[in-house]
Write a protein that binds this ligand. Sequence first.
Ligand code: GLN
Length: 448
Amino acid sequence: MLTLEEALKLPAQALEEYKHELTQEVLKKPELNAYIRPPKSSGAGVPILIKDNINVQGWEITCASQILQGYIAPYNATAIERLHQHGMCAFGLGNMDEFAMGSTSESSCYGPSKNPKDTNHVPGGSSGGCASAVAGGVAIAALGSDTGGSIRQPASYCGCVGLKPTYGRVSRYGLVAYSSSLDQIGPITQNVRDSALLLDAISGHDSKDSTSVALEPSQTFKHLNPKARVRVGVLYESLKDASPEVQEAYWHCAQVLEKMGHTLVPQSMGDHKHHIAAYYILSTAEASSNLARFDGVRYGRRVEGRDLKELYIKTRSQGFGAEVKRRIMLGNFVLSSGYYEAYYLKALKARAHIVHEYKKLFESADVILAPVAPSSAPKFNAHASPLEMYLSDIYTVGVNLAGLPAISLPVAYHGNLPIGMQLIGRTFEEQSILDVAYGLEEVLELKG
Ligand code: GLN
C-alpha cells in the first residue's frame, strides 16, 4: 500500500490507475466489511476513505443507520472541499457504529467491520471501518470523527495512527452532528507523517462553522521534528483500570521516551470515572437534541402513518437501532425538568473541572502519555452490557471534554493484536504531539 506521502507525488495518470487497482483490492477483501459499498471517487486526486457521517455531495450518506437510507448529501463537508483543494478526493465510505455511537462498530446497520489483524476481534469504533481499511491495506488514509475516542481507539485496536485535533481546528460543517461540543473530524493514517499531511489539508478556519478557530492561515504541521525533546507527563496511577498488557506497553513506551531524551514527569489525575459519567450525560443530551431532526419528513427514510405523529413514531421506532434509541432516551432523561440540575448541570461542572485538571497537568508537562483503551481489541459481543462498553472509553473521553488534541499510535503487540498509546497536547499544540509521535514511531518501528 502506498503511503499518503508517496501517493501525493504520483502523476495524475498513475494515480487513476492506482485507484482502479485499489478498487480491486477492496472487492477482494469483503470480509473486513470496512467499505459500505464498492468505492466510488468524488473526483481526481489521492483517494481518501470517508466515514459515513461526513457529507460528500451526491453520495448516499447514512451514518450506518436505517433511518438515513436514501439520503443524498446536497453539499460537500468543508473537510471534503479541502481534500479537493489539496490533491485528494473522497474514495468510498467507511463503515461505523450507527450515528458514531459505540466503541466496536457492532451497531452498524450494515453489520460490523472486522479487525484486519484478527477477524474474530472488533476493529473498535465508531470509525471502525476506516481504521480496519487503513490497517488492512485497502485504504491509503481515511477521515474519521472523534467525539469520545472514535478515531484514536479504532486506530489503537487495528494498529494505525489516529489523530483527534483540537476542538475548533477542523471545520465540522458537513459532519452529521452527534455531540456538537465534542465532535471533531481527523485523520486515520498508516504513519505519523501522513497524519500531519492530512491534518494540514483539512484544518483551518471556516466561516460556515462558528466554532472553527481563526489561526495563522499558513500554519503547517508537515515539518516534523523527531529531535524535539519535551516533558512527558506520565499517569501511572490511572493505569489501574488497564489490563496487564496495556500497563506493560505503557511502561515500555515511557521508558523508550526517556531513553530518547524526553523528561518523564510523574503526575496524578485521580480517578477517571467522572470523565465517563460527564461524557455520557453531555454527549447523550446533545445527541437527543441533534437527532430530533430525523423525523421522516426531512431526511432519508419515511414510514407513513395515519397522521404526522404516527409518521414520526413509526419512522423513528423503525429507523433507529437499539443503541441510538438508548442514547436518545438517556439524553432526554438528563435534560428533563427535575433532573436537569442533578445530571446535566452537574456534568457541565464536572467538565469545567476536567478542563482545569488538564490545565494543571500542562503546567509541568508539555505532552501527556496515556493509554487509549484498557485492553487490546475485544472479541465480538464481548461487552456484557452497554455500561461495560461505555467504561472502555475511560481513557479517551476526557480529551474531548477538554477540547485537547491527541494522537494514538501503535506501541506494542499482545499476540497479534496491536496496543496503541496516546500523546495528549495543549490546545492547538498538535505540532508537539506529532513531533514526539514521529520520533517514537521511528524508534519503535511499528508502522501501520
Ligand atoms: N465510544 C464513544 C461513544 O459511544 C465515542 C464515540 C465517538 O467518538 N464518536 O460515544
